[in-house]
Design a protein around this ligand. Structure first.
Ligand code: AMP
Ligand code: MG
Length: 391
């Protein structure tokens, strides 16, 4: 059995990137750029009015200007020109006509019989956005490994960029084992329980931007387990197996992984929940054997699977941590590290009841997983500890 820290460092040493793919901009949120972006145009691409008002060709001898034109946003500027002493009505975003020295905002102006007068003396280029004020054609505007945000998408769209190259999104197989499981939509039979891990793992994957998920099912026997895992690995980039990784008579995942020649990187972590966690590689593809108890499955997803997904896609690991104070004391039994469901309010963490790995009720109320490393036994009220924030 290895420590949580060692398990994480083994993940960090044993990951393989998936290469790159071209995606349309609207599908790129959260992805990571695989190349620099060079702007194909300047922004703004033409001299642009920053205000609704009047473009003038300033003449310090004059107090009134003849209004010769009206320039709506979108109008081709080559058709407009103002001479000394002339003005044109103009609107925000419109192209500045040739000859204009500044734009006087509407609030300063008076218009009478197509003649303009204004109260303040304008500075040169007042309210005019120059060409390339924000960026120039040929500028490197984003570097490779930038993680795409809504603002990035807006910026790239404003430059007319429709497709970008990003690190490839992995396809995720979810292999469900367990003869006791009934799929949603069917009546519950005595001795059986509803299968909930696939719904939960799909939701957790989607929540962090991993949309490509496929479910596979295996009965609790060696042959079916081998077949399902093999198919999952062949058809996907990463495989999550739910259940069957423990030491019971009907747990076949470890045996199957040997049959398939999955290289074991680690099996069993000194942690609660999730002790039987398995991580292996088949060539460059990762395989996680997640303990079937739903609380353990989800904890292992947050702490290990999500970290691995972040590594191969070059995303930042989305689970941040925070130092919190405990509102109630806690005694840890045993030598394993623990991930404890807590509700954190203003830096104060309350340990929730019903922590058992078979249960999800407290997990549903939790907004954090308190991490107690294996060396700590007793935690007093007000002690400070690290909590992973579940957002
Ligand atoms: P296992 O890891 O296969 O020994 O399963 C441990 C516990 O988790 C058992 O009580 C299982 O019934 C339960 N379990 C396993 N898989 C699922 C699942 N997909 N949905 C809900 N409970 C599960
Ligand atoms: Mg089982």
């Amino acid at each position: 059995m290895i420590s949580v820290e060692d398990a994480i460092s083994l993940l960090e040493k044993n990951y393989d990137e998936l290469g790159t793919e071209i995606v349309t901009l609207v599908n790129a949120l959260g992805s990571v750029l695989a190349s620099d972006i060079i702007s194909p145009i300047s922004m703004p691409p033409f001299r642009q009015s920053a205000m609704d008002g009047y473009a003038i060709n300033f003449d310090h001898h004059l107090s009134t200007y003849k209004i010769t034109d009206e320039i709506q946003a979108g109008k081709d500027p080559s058709t407009c020109k103002i001479l000394k002493g002339e003005a044109a009505r103009i609107f925000t975003g419109a192209a500045i006509p040739e000859g204009a020295t500044s734009v006087i905002q509407q609030e300063w102006c008076e218009e009478k019989n197509k003649m303009l007068s204004f109260s303040k003396k304008p500075l040169d280029d007042l309210n005019i956005r120059p060409i390339g004020e924000q960026l120039s054609k040929g500028d490197k505007i984003l570097s490779s490994e930038h993680q795409i945000t809504p603002a990035t998408i807006g910026l790239l769209a404003s430059l007319g960029i429709e497709k970008i190259t990003v690190f490839k999104e992995p396809s995720i197989a979810i292999v469900i084992t367990g003869d006791e499981l009934i799929q949603l939509g069917n009546p519950l039979i005595n001795g059986k329980i509803y299968e909930s891990n696939s719904s939960m793992l799909i939701a957790a994957s989607h929540h962090y931007g991993y949309e490509k998920t496929t479910i596979y099912y295996a009965k609790d026997n060696f042959k079916e387990t081998v077949t399902a895992i093999n198919k999952a690995i062949n058809e996907n980039d990463i495989t999550l197996i739910s259940g069957g990784i423990s030491v019971g008579n009907y747990d076949f995942v470890l045996e199957a992984s040997k049959e398939i020649n999955i290289k074991e990187i680690f099996y069993k972590v000194k942690q609660k929940p999730g002790k039987p966690l398995f991580f292996g590689k088949k060539n460059k593809k990762a395989v996680f054997g997640l303990p079937g108890n739903p609380g353990a499955t989800l904890t292992c997803f947050y702490i290990y699977v999500l970290r691995y997904l972040s590594l191969i896609t070059k995303k930042s690991y989305p689970i941040k941590n925070e130092i919190v104070c405990l509102s109630n004391p806690y005694f840890k039994k045993g030598i394993r590290a623990e991930f404890i469901k807590v509700r954190i309010v203003n830096g104060l963490a309350e340990i929730l009841s019903h922590q058992n790995s078979s249960m999800l009720r407290s997990f549903s109320e939790a907004n954090g997983l308190l991490y107690i490393n294996e060396n700590i036994t007793e935690i007093k009220k007000d002690d400070k500890l690290t909590a992973y924030l579940l957002l």
